[in-house]
Design a protein around this ligand. Structure first.
Ligand code: MOS
Length: 719
């Protein structure tokens, strides 16, 4: 039976947000609170020989300067235990901007003045900030292999082989990285913006060598994260220690310029893609090599550039290699559509080049190369509606009016018009979950589940299920997430937020319904669950449920409780689960200035069943907008002379703004995937962005006849 679609429901927290009532980490003002400011290293590599804190300590209001000596030795990293927590303060500098001291003061102004008064002395060492010229120093990743790409490529009638590049890019959520810590009545409470309060808690107790039982971390609201706040942040343990040592609450809001230098970022990557097809246009082989910049200790995996491309089409012979080039930079990491932003740009550009070489329409070419199963494992796909995305998008966009020849569609004033299409895919993953639901006779409902708000509006999806499927009063509904004092908390990332909450919510709803039915017995009581409980004189009923990913071993629940990251996907024991999308883009290129505008995008996503239409559509808008920014604007300028970044603010790091964005038509296929999980949903957040840059590049080629293979595509590339 196909479940009925969920209705469009306003964002659960919309009213509080527009009224300014939502309290983010930095909004916490506690009595006697001190302010902290980190002191970043001004060298890219070397040693701090003296900190020069005297002048800082003379600044009125400065209370204390924390140095590496104020922290315990880092814990030894166990063989199969969790990775070590992030380092705290260090006198061994491994990238420019690494925190070397923390100034604590009575006011923010004094903390800043104190940090600027520090006069550290360094012994500098040579360093490498750019991967250019180091391409031979490859640290190989595990390849992705299907069939025999080399042998079959040799038989291909038509091939393309090109190199594409995606630059270093930084997340720039509105909310800066903020931590408030307080030690009171024997408990250390941390308020932070985080996608993983479990990891944040671990970072504190492991780095500071204190009892996990006294540490609480909460992150009820996050003002945008996109992967930046996924792994433990370095500042968390610093601020926690500052609170312990001063005995007062301490706050740090890290300035954006410092965030550029310590937070995760999308690494620059270079992609050599070779595709082979038969004369009729059937893609039979792909050889694809991706290299990326990497830090000395970083572990953002180069292999995963292949996760999406190998499943975009039914190419039976695929050899995907990948490698790291290690540099003296902070660790790169997950940033919206990690891997897929760069790899779908490269791969879907190459697919477009191959279609053009074959003389085929790029939409028809994609439809003709649909996949029936996962080429990597040979297993079935849980569901795949990429064809539906392409067909629906083409219909809405009016693709059949397209004239194939580049440069042949122009406006009256000579503006060049280009239409491009590209697809994206992204793993649909799922973590285990534990949820606790309590319904009271007093009209209140409290639902606690593992999950994090990261700007996506996760409470709206949870509320959608609770309100639609359980007879409760929506006004009395409280949703507790991202709180280590409630149920165990798994990291929310990898587009698995909804899969981590909603199947468990549905299970809890079923359990609650039967629990109340049992209490009420055969009586017929009109009204909602609260009233039914009141009538049988029961103050409240609580149920607890757990949920595993398909085929996941029950031990995963123990690992979840221990704070582990145990999400599964895209490969499950019996199938592979991917989400899909298709983007249709119109560009207009001004004839004289060569300025590129994007007046129109149609983007259709297959995320299985849609749980919250409003926030799901917002995800697609966000992914497309960022895709346009990544295509035409965003590039972090790495400074090869001194290390670090030159455009470390949002005046100079240019993101897409309102004036860049015109019409975006969003569609969701909304076909439940009941193999993926009991809710029928698949991930959405990241697939929305995957392929947008290729669609823009393909449209630019169609408008101008010029193939741009390096992001961002700027005016100077089209002159
Ligand atoms: Mo995401 S980039 O996996 O938070």
């Amino acid at each position: 039976m196909i479940p009925t679609p969920f209705p469009d429901r306003p964002r659960f927290d919309a009213r509080d947000m527009v009224l300014g009532r939502t309290r983010y980490a930095a909004d916490r003002r506690l009595a006697g609170m001190l302010h902290a400011m980190t002191v970043p290293a001004r060298i890219a590599k070397g040693t701090v020989t003296s900190l020069g804190a005297e002048a800082a300590l003379r600044v009125p209001g400065v209370v204390r300067v924390l140095t590496p000596d104020d922290f315990p030795e880092p814990p030894p990293s166990a063989e199969d235990g969790p990775p070590p927590p992030p380092p705290t303060l260090t006198s061994t500098v491994s990238f420019r901007g690494e925190p070397i001291a923390l100034v604590i003061a009575e006011s923010l102004e004094a903390a800043i003045e104190g940090a600027e008064a520090m006069r550290p002395v360094y012994a500098e060492e040579p360093f490498q900030a750019l991967m250019d010229g180091l391409e031979a120093d490859r640290e190989e990743a595990e390849p992705y292999v299907a069939g025999d790409a080399a042998a079959v490529m040799a038989r291909a009638a038509v091939t393309v082989s090109e190199t594409y590049e995606s630059p270093t890019q930084h997340h720039n959520p509105i909310e800066l990285m903020a931590t408030v810590a307080e030690f009171r009545d024997g408990r250390l409470s941390v308020h932070e913006c985080s996608q993983s309060v479990g990891l944040a808690k671990y970072a504190v107790f492991a780095a500071l060598r204190i009892d996990p039982a006294v540490v609480d971390v909460r992150s009820p609201h996050v003002g945008g994260s996109f992967g930046q706040k996924g792994l433990a942040q370095r500042q968390t343990a610093l601020i926690a220690q500052a609170a312990l040592l001063t005995g007062r609450p301490v706050k740090l809001v890290m300035p954006r310029g410092q965030i550029f230098h310590v937070a995760a970022y999308r690494p620059r990557s270079r992609h050599r893609v070779e595709l082979g097809a038969t004369g009729e246009g059937s893609m039979i082989a792909a050889r694809y090599d991706a290299i990326q910049e990497q830090s000395r200790q970083g572990f953002f995996p180069a292999a995963e550039y292949h996760e999406a491309p190998i499943r975009l089409y039914g190419i039976e012979n695929y050899l995907g290699t990948g490698a790291d080039i290690r540099l003296d930079r902070q660790a790169p990491g997950w940033m919206r559509a990690p891997h897929a932003q760069a790899s779908c740009f490269a791969f879907e550009s190459a697919v477009d080049e191959l279609a053009w070489k074959l003389g085929q329409d790029p939409l028809a070419f994609r439809l003709a190369n649909d996949a029936a199963r996962d080429p990597r494992t040979g297993r079935p796909l849980s569901s795949r509606f990429m064809r539906e995305c392409l067909e629906e998008g083409a219909r809405r966009f009016g693709w059949k009016e397209r004239v194939a020849q580049p440069g042949s569609m122009t406006a009256e004033d000579g503006t060049l018009i280009g239409w491009g299409v590209a697809c994206g895919a992204y793993p649909s993953s799922m973590p285990p979950a534990i949820a606790r639901l309590r319904v009271g006779a007093d009209g209140r409902t409290r639902f606690a589940v593992s999950g994090h708000e990261m700007g996506q509006g996760i409470r709206t999806a949870i509320a959608s299920v609770l309100i639609e499927e359980l007879s409760i009063d929506p006004v009395g509904l409280e949703i507790v997430i991202a709180d280590t004092t409630s149920v165990p908390q798994h990291m929310t990332a990898g587009s698995w937020g909804t899969a981590g909450c909603v199947p468990a919510t549905m299970k809890a709803v079923e359990r609650m319904r039967s629990a109340v039915a049992e209490l009420v017995g055969g009586q017929r009581i009109a009204g909602n669950l609260h009233r039914q409980l009141a009538m049988v004189r029961r103050p409240s009923v609580e149920v607890e449920v757990s949920e595993l990913a398909p085929g996941q071993k029950p031990e995963a629940l123990e690992e979840l409780k221990a704070g582990g990251i145990v999400a599964m996907g895209p490969e499950y024991p019996a199938f592979t689960s991917m989400s899909y999308g298709a983007h249709f883009v119109e560009v207009r290129v001004e004839p004289r200035t060569r300025r590129v505008r994007v007046p129109r995008v149609v983007s259709i996503a297959d995320c299985g069943r849609v749980i919250s239409p409003r926030t799901a559509a917002s995800q697609v808008y966000g992914g497309v907008i960022w895709g346009i920014g990544a295509s035409l604007r965003e590039r972090t300028e790495v400074d090869p002379r001194f290390g670090g970044y030159l455009n470390s603010d949002i005046a100079d790091y240019v993101v897409a703004v309102n004036a860049d964005i015109e019409e975006i038509d969003v569609g969701l296929i909304d076909r439940p995937d009941l193999i993926a999980n009991r809710a029928g949903l698949k991930g959405l957040g990241q697939v929305t962005m995957a392929g947008v840059s290729a669609a823009v590049a393909n449209a630019v080629f169609h408008a101008t006849g010029k193939r741009l293979r390096s992001l961002p595509m700027r005016i100077e590339d089209l002159l």
